[in-house]
Ligand binder design. Sequence first.
Ligand SMILES: [Zn+2]
Length: 333
Amino acid sequence: MLQICRKKQAQLSRQYQQRTLAHAIIIQGIEGAGQGALAKWLIELLICQNPLSAINDPKNETISEACGQCKACLLRKTDNYPDHLLLNTENKTLGVDDIRRGNAFLEKTAHLGKVKTILIPQAQVMTIAAANALLKTLEEPSANSYIVLITDDLDSLLPTIVSRCAVYAIRPMIGEALLTQLNVSNYGDIQLSSSSTLAKKENDTAYINLSHLPELTDKIIYQEFQTFNQYFLDYLVNGQSEDKLLSQIVDNKHSLRWLEKIICNLIREYYLVNATGKALLVAEQQISVQALNQIYQAIINSNKLIKSHIQANRQFVGEQLLMTINEIVRSSI
Ligand SMILES: [Zn+2]
């Protein structure tokens, strides 16, 4: 498991052991944050009949995990476990029929006894009708059932759904934490380290399943992302394109997530390229990695501000953010 998820794993393990785990859980994270791996770990733990606990040394936190040996674990490994349902979609949206399939699944008695679990890996593609059908289930949860939703964009879910779920937001690793998790053989060829058995198990899933991000699947949004990226770099490096950037931040619902992603990539690039001794794009432009980290923090704070206020003024938050970024860049040169 990626290091960044350790904290969430410890938190979820604690709630699991104390039996205070919510019956509806949203795991939210941007591209590459490891939300899929975290959800997989949690589902496996919920399914297991004989879970193990291990102390996660640095902070003395106990992390539970599936045993991998019991009848439920063995069935799950071969995809024959009857009490788990994956609500996935090949289409662009997850419809009301899919959710009804989930509701029917929950109404039946569990085959192996313990719990029933449903995983919805792309919760943000639910239609309004589907979301309303799910809402009914969330309002009257059946006993011993767990619904885990994964999304990259909490804003695209109905607030009534979000308010009925426990939300776990994870962020991708940056900086030193990322480096310790990566074995860099050469630039562009990155392998995750497998220092623990858990890491080995999760490597395959940690960085895949990104296809639901609109800029990766939609040509127009991809172009918008590229343009936005250019405006931002222009602003960051040359102090230009401020007006265009601000209007994007105000009008484009993806903009803050994109800012987070761009800065994350710059920081990753810094460490990865640095580790292989190649020229540093960021360093050439005289923006330090410390400044990038500060900017990352400012973006996260703005994002939180906008998400925590229903009537948040994006214009105001955007202006403040650009001012902060400007100050960080100027004081770091
Ligand atoms: Zn087991």
